[in-house]
Write a protein that binds this ligand. Structure first.
Ligand code: FAD
Length: 389
């Protein structure tokens, strides 16, 4: 098999975005995506809620979201092809975090971090919330935090496909195979081994294997604390419209947002064993959950559950944050993993940051060094506190 300059293991949105940026920054670079599931049936990128927010507690995540929203607004310029216009259906009604009295200190602290990082967010008292959202019950709410711009949702699978199409138009190859091993010594990976029996020599390797990133890292003897954490998304219909409905985060932990004429919603899972089968956990839809939603939005007392699906968060159990950049020992092994449920919105920025790191030794457009692998080695977690569900 002819050698590649870069082999990317996995072609979900992270692999595709990295391939796009590598070949955009360095035309002619030989990049091969190896993908075991070219229908992306289990990929997080197909099963995502695909929303974007600025309301994080780590400034690096806010930086990635700021880049992400600018990229999404200009996606056609970046990713458009003559026969493939890019239609992402981006909408920006904001995220609304609601806090009960005991949660207001944390919400105010997060607000300070976000304002300092330049996010367009505001705090709303219950009266302001009532006026803006008359369908919302805020009797037990002390404070809300709303993104005034730069927050909303979009068609994530369409973004993934657009990255793939553009990357391949720029010369990236996609190989339908499974990586089953990495040939390496103490400092270097020389080739990836394939389930079909072949082996692909390469200059650099990117682990973009999403929820399965831990298995790929283990092939090089590298422990990576990433688990396939199942999340169920319920599709609901509501007989009444909820004007200007944002992506709502309830103090009890559930989230809800409009999706066309429906709504989608999820909550913290009941079962947290890694790698559970990708079937919705219907036990999460119970009377308590129903009562909780109807308490916050009385119109939802008459809701109907239309269907549900399940996908994996690629959960970084160390600190709920991404790992981007090279391995300190195996210098040509790179990571773009562990986004813990917020990767779709960060794919554009993370792919750019990694491509710059690989080609220029440093991410120059967005400072992401603090997401590097070293923090795992030195046991210095960078905890993201705003993890949803
Ligand atoms: C229910 C749900 C809701 C979410 N909501 C949001 C949201 O609102 N906003 C947001 O920003 N993010 C959200 N996310 C997270 C986001 O979807 C993910 O962070 C992102 O899609 C991760 O992309 P990825 O490319 O790393 O992983 P994936 O899309 O899973 O791609 C990894 C690919 O690697 C392949 N692969 C794995 N191992 C191998 C191997 N050995 N050989 C070859 N190929 C291999 C797999 O087949 C897969 O296609 C959500 C995720 C889920 C599941």
């Amino acid at each position: 098999m002819s050698p590649a300059d870069v082999v990317i293991v996995g072609s979900g949105v992270m692999g595709a975005a990295t391939a796009y940026w590598l070949t955009r920054l360095q035309p002619g670079l030989r990049v091969t995506l190896v993908e075991s599931d070219t229908r992306y049936e289990k990929a997080s990128s197909s099963l995502s809620a695909s929303s974007i927010r600025q309301q994080f507690t780590c400034p690096v995540n806010i930086r990635l979201s700021q880049y992400g929203i600018a990229f999404l607004r200009e996606a056609e310029q970046h990713l458009g092809l003559p026969d493939h216009p890019v239609a992402l259906g981006l909408q920006e009604p904001g995220y609304l975090y609601l806090a009960q009295p005991e949660q207001t200190t944390a919400l105010r602290t997060a607000h300070q971090i976000q304002k300092h990082a330049g996010a367009d967010v505001t705090l709303l008292d219950p009266e302001a919330l009532r006026q803006r959202y008359p369908w919302l019950n805020v009797d037990d709410v002390a404070l809300g935090s709303l993104g005034l711009s730069g927050e909303g949702w979009f068609d994530g699978p369409a973004l993934h496909q657009a990255f793939l199409n553009k990357a391949m138009a720029q010369g990236v190859q996609r190989l339908h195979d499974r990586v089953v091993g990495l040939d390496h010594n103490d400092t270097h990976i020389s080739a990836v081994r394939l389930a079909s029996g072949g082996s692909l020599p390469c200059g650099q390797v990117v682990n973009a294997a999403g929820p399965w990133a831990g298995e790929v890292a283990a092939m090089a003897g590298v422990p990576l604390p990433i688990e396939a954490a199942r999340r169920t998304v319920f599709v609901l219909s509501c007989p009444e419209p909820l004007p200007q409905c944002p992506l709502l985060i309830d103090p009890s932990g559930w989230w809800l947002r409009p999706e066309g004429r429906f709504f989608i919603s999820g909550a913290e899972p009941l079962h947290t064993t890694p790698g559970l089968p990708l079937e919705p956990d219907w036990a999460e839809w119970n009377d308590e959950q129903w009562a909780c939603l109807a308490h916050r939005i009385p119109a939802l007392a008459a809701l109907r559950v239309e269907r549900a699906w399940a996908g994996y968060y690629e959960m970084n159990t160390f600190d709920h944050n991404a790992v981007i950049g090279p391995h300190p020992g195996l210098g040509n092994l790179y990571f773009i993993n562990g986004f813990s449920g917020h990767g779709m919105q960060h794919a554009a920025g993370a792919g750019l940051a990694l491509a710059e790191w690989m080609l220029r030794g440093k991410s120059t457009t967005i400072a992401v060094e603090e997401l590097g692998f070293e923090r795992l080695l030195h046991k210095r977690p960078l905890r993201e506190l705003a993890v949803i569900g």
